[in-house]
Unconditional design. Structure first.
Length: 210
């Protein structure tokens, strides 16, 4: 089963996905935790280029093709082999991030993204957890984290975008959730982390154990 976690900056998804992974391992499930960009050796090199604040200017399509290069490598090297072994795969961001950031926020036509992705064999996850949060609150959290953690600050390219950009990302995620109600579960990320995780654990139990 392929499960992705999505959300705007500062939505807490990276913390929650680690907890979900630990939860599944404790239950004795074989489960792989991975992320995009950067789920492979080549992907980690791309991640550096994609997320470094102050990196050189790039066209939306140039950025899109690098995210898709990361995804293609990740699918072939990590995700598809793990699914073939029968593992649960948890991925921190995936194709919906491309739809929201490069599509809605950077302005690339959705059909164009779908066409190129189809050529590359991009598969859809079975389930997607969207941690939804107001962008003002998310950005506040993300910028605080960056001021305390130099490693996070070194990946802060998108935190430098303005509020209108992040509002478009959030709107796009909510529109995707509405368009694919079978796949998406929207959880408010405004609550305490333990409360958010309890909701995620309940969903996982429902998906895995029916
Ligand atoms: P992430 O590591 O999840 O950062 P954070 O923990 O700060 O949310 O994601 C890195 C950034 O990459 C994030 O700002 C969104 C961006 N991104 C895209 O623009 N397109 C994509 O396809 C993916 C996977 C990520």
């Amino acid at each position: 089963m392929f499960i992705t976690f999505e959300g705007i900056e500062g939505s807490g998804k990276s913390l929650q996905i680690v907890r979900a992974h630990e939860y599944l391992l404790k239950k004795g499930r074989s489960c792989l935790l991975t992320r995009e960009p950067g789920g492979t050796g080549f992907g980690r090199e791309l991640r550096e280029v994609l997320l470094r604040p102050g990196g050189a200017a790039r066209e939306p399509w140039s950025e899109l093709l690098l995210y898709l290069a990361d995804r293609h490598q990740h699918l072939k090297e990590v995700i598809e082999p793990a699914l073939a072994r029968g593992e649960i795969v948890l991925c921190d961001r995936y194709q919906d991030a491309t739809r929201a950031y490069q599509g809605a926020a950077r302005g690339i036509a959705p059909d164009a993204i779908e066409d190129v992705s189809r050529l590359l064999g991009v598969i859809e996850p079975a389930k997607t957890i969207l941690l939804d949060l107001d962008p003002e609150a998310g950005l506040r959290r993300a910028r605080r984290r960056n001021s305390l953690d130099p490693a996070a600050a070194a990946e802060g390219r998108f935190e430098d975008e303005d509020m209108a950009f992040h509002a478009r990302v959030r709107r796009a995620y909510l529109d995707l959730a509405e368009a694919y109600p079978q796949r998406f579960c929207v959880i408010s990320a405004a609550d305490e982390p333990d409360v958010v995780f309890a909701r995620i654990a309940a969903l996982i139990d429902q998906w895995i154990y029916g």
